[in-house]
Write a protein that binds this ligand. Sequence first.
Ligand SMILES: Cc1ncc(COP(=O)(O)O)c(C=O)c1O
Length: 462
Amino acid sequence: MPPARIDSERSHVLPLELARPMPVIVRGQGVWVEDAGGDRYLDAMSGGSMAATLGHGRRDIIEAATAQAQRLAYAHHERLTNPAQERLASELLDVAPEGFTRVRFTVAGADANELAVQLARSYHIERDEPDRWQVISPAQSYHGPTMETLALTGRPGLHGPFGPYLPHHVHIPPSTWRLDPTGDAALDALDRVLDEADPSTVSAFFCEPVSAASLPAYAPPTRFWKGLAERRERHGFLVCFDEIVTGVGRTGDWFVGATTACQPDIIATAKGLGAGYAAIGAVLVRDQVYEAISQGSRRFPMGHSWDGAPLSCAVGLAVLHALRSEGLVDRVHERGPRLLDELRVALDGLPIVHEVRGRGFLLGIELIDPRDRRSFLPPELGVAGRIDAAAFERGLITLSTQPTRDGYAGDQTLFAPPFVTSDQELEEMVARLADALRSVSAEVEAELGAAPPARTSAGGAA
Ligand SMILES: Cc1ncc(COP(=O)(O)O)c(C=O)c1O
């Protein structure tokens, strides 16, 4: 048996952070995972990345994967198709927003987002508008670790040393409570960048309809969506939604984009489609996008070797079947508002908590400096990391982030349990998270004392 934790000096794996010993997880069942030392943890983050929407160890998914692997695990999509891919495309469209008629499968979220950008550009080329290539996206988002998707995120803090390799994209500030509660400033910024770019060169507006890790469970105000829809109408660009996390049920809707006041033209999704049992993503397009290709060149660029592979598509089918037959998207829809209330009540009065927000089983906790209840927490306190460590000590897996240096958000915590979490398990997750936050909040208050926070131009602590 391996040790319960491995530090980077004793591993051959190149981890994300070399200073952080990595817990070794050896098995999972339902919403529990177990480390090599036999300690058990409640998985409040659906496998850590929000992918494992159905929990761990599901026999039905494993059996579907086994049966498909025995029949045919792999066939490349370029010159061949397979029944699992064909059926999954059709079943995914059954639950997609109205008007979506074609699907291209991918391996993950980042490549789905890249494909969405390529599809938007192809749409314009096919319609004889070759000057349209620019993409506008809100800063303080996350779309993946590849060069194109890193560039779309608009976060220099995340770009690290790779800035010189990143393609140019145009960004607007996110309309958060601190800087732009109505969405008007974001719309003004959109008008400005459209003008500067020349609207006839803009291919797409690209965003997360509800943010995942970058601004946990934040959604722009309705006014912003309406304004975006008006500008699309006026200027002729497409709207692409990154539903890598929100797609396939996470917010209590099959696709949350369908509920906004700006219906998307292209949707990229991934995590919940494989539910942690296979690497699979998908890009769904509205009929007009498909028609442009169908009536134009009738070609669209190749993808990755594993796109649409029988094994991953069979898993996708089993996942959709489980979600439908167990009514899990409805459960998330119905249970989500109560879960939000329960988390709010459990965290009520904690001086470092500004807001608990979210939809369905995608909830976020935004933290602030308790001294003025507005600024970001001083980043050197490392509050995000301390919350995850405190939760882990209490047998709970969480994910907190600290994008302070990008200027739009400070420390924040995600809460995104699997859809199959029972009421009792949800209660236990909320209790453990509240206990962890109470403990960190008390430490932080003691450390900060009465000294007022130093301000930055974004309103955060320096
Ligand atoms: C909103 C969002 N988009 C895209 C991605 C990238 O997906 P993947 O890691 O599967 O490439 C992620 C991953 O966390 C994400 O949260």
